[in-house]
Design a protein around this ligand. Sequence first.
Ligand code: NAI
Length: 717
Amino acid sequence: MKTITLRTDAQGTTTLTLDMPGRSWNVWNTESIADFAAAVDQIAEDDGCKGVIITSGKPGFLAGADLAMVEALTQGGQDAATLSAQVAPLSDALRRLETCGKPVVAAINGTALGGGFELALACHHRVLVDSPRAKVGLPEVQLGLLPGAGGTQRLPRLIGVQPALQLMTEGKALRPDKALKMGLVDAVVPAEALLDTARAWLATGPDAVQPWDRRGFRVPGGSLDDPKVGQVLMAGTAMIMAKTQGNMPAPVAILACVAEGLRLPMDQGLVVERRHFVSLLRDPVAGNMVRTLFLAKQEADGLARRPAGPPRRRPVRIGVLGAGLMGAGIAYVAAKAGMEVVVMDVDAATAADRAHGYAAAREDKAIARRRSSPEKKAAVLGRIQPAGGPAALQGCGLVVEAVFEDRAIKAEVTAAVDAVLDDDAVFGSNTSTLPITGLARASSRPGRFIGLHFFSPVERMPLVEVIVGEQTTDETLAWALDFVAALGKTPIVVRDSRGFYTSRVFGTYVSEGMAMLREGVAPALIENAGRRAGMPMPPLALADEVGLQLLAMVDRQTRADLGAAAPDKPSTPVVEQLVGAGRRGRRDGGGFYDYGEGGDKQLWTGLGALYPVAADQPDVETLVSRFLAIQAIEAVRCVEEGVITHARDVDLGAILGWGFAPWTGGPLAHIDTVGLADFIEEAEAFAAAHGPRFAVPALLREMQAAGRVFHPAPESP
Ligand code: NAI
């Protein structure tokens, strides 16, 4: 056994230590599962072994299943019987462990998630280390999966149906104090007392039988026949459907595992769980979510697109120009990451007021939630240094510009700051719409100029779109990526073009909603279809949030820059008409909606006069397909034009950047899932009905002819 050691002491206590060589974390993979199953057999047969402690040789306990294995299971195209045979060994070994007749205690020395916590659940007693870094829970639902190694059966039998369902359908992990309070573990103790506490429990001569294997066992909080629990199940189903719009099979399957499995003895409950688990593994949603949200994200966080040559640079002192919404946000996350941040605005007082005000407000909230402390707040604020002029930026290795979206103002600050920066300092612009190559003309060092497009609110949005201009050097790109990584954000790298990648594709969603309005589709139906598609906000409400005035300005700027070559957007006349009618968006008193005091909103009643609702209405599913298709087609065009090169980045940027329907795994995964032939047919029908914006990109036809897909299946495990 390479991944596990077994040691039995003179008292007959066997310590099973999970310790996978060459890895910083223990995970379940084919090898560690086989080793574990063999270890359980050995424990069961060894008469010298009287009790077992399970712990780990790493700082964490066990992180869950190896994602590459999950990827292979979800995308290998295996049939149900094969998959069932592939996932059985872990669940079977855990069942053998809890029925082997010897008391087993988990000494959880750090984070135990997913299959790691399922191992702890199969022990008769759980002791967890008291560390602020340790987390326990069953987050499988976030991968589109369910806890398939007994978690759906043991957790509700341990803590009750309602709290277990809540934890499993939300996939939330808990810190030690919360885990103890909810009964997920039996004790929380300091690290140095962990093993002694486990031994002390064994010394009490405990029963080696799980509560659920005893006669007369009752589920805490009430069995399924209890009307209160029945209500929980019904309300849970309704809530999940409302939240996921029926797009996510995993939470529903978790509910089914509990509703069916808890009526049965444990062994049969595990069979029920396996059936649902296998059907989720065969569902494209899980495979797509695993690929994009975990594998692609890991790659991006590991800076897969970073040019290898330039040595890594950890930014120590950076500059931020403009302390508005974005600049103050960027200064805050950089200071939180430990960097010294020099902030410049029109004057030092404004910079101090805005940047410190922003950071203080966020830190106060964090303190209220016990995620920060007055000392940490003081340290963060201390690292944000307001500056009166460019001279203070001397020595900054990188500067982010976030002044008004105005070419002349940006050019002016670029030139002023350039004069004091070192030759190799990177200058990043946070512009959301202006092409980088053009902005770089104001710089005396265009090779050092790059786009660093953050999203709002900066502290919450995980993505940074890094835009490479025509003259940007490899070194500049490498150092800009080092900066993004140091902030703990996820970068995607795109080439310069109008709207870059995210704003360009995201814009088609909002624009398509307005196109529907012009066709006479009922506004409520449009909004409903946006939600049904799995987008975080319906398109007309989103336009109000962005601001119709801003949308109009961007359109006008594009027409001024491109003239006749400007794309013909179906939204342009709608935006102009609303702005003309004084409806400029939420912040300006109302747009497509009227807004009440408490944040409630209703569609503006005047909308019907501008866009009469047609007698014939399309069905909602057609509108859902249309919303997904227009974004997917625009994303393919970005790939065709070389704006973005890797399919995984396309999908990752879409979900992290503008919340593109996560259940699809991203716009290109959506095309793969629909199937190229069907997608092309659908696009052709939309093009015939609604115009050339749906024209099938040549790349899709080439791929179809060559039998290619965006995300080929991985090797079998
Ligand atoms: P804002 O209006 O909140 O802040 C701009 C700040 O720049 C103000 O504090 C202003 O006093 C300062 N400023 C103006 N002229 C200056 C000068 N000559 N020298 C120094 N400071 C000056 O604007 P916001 O929303 O923060 O946007 C900033 C940039 O970020 C724009 O380019 C915008 O397109 C981009 N952006 C905005 C996003 C958003 O959601 N608001 C998202 C992504 C990018």
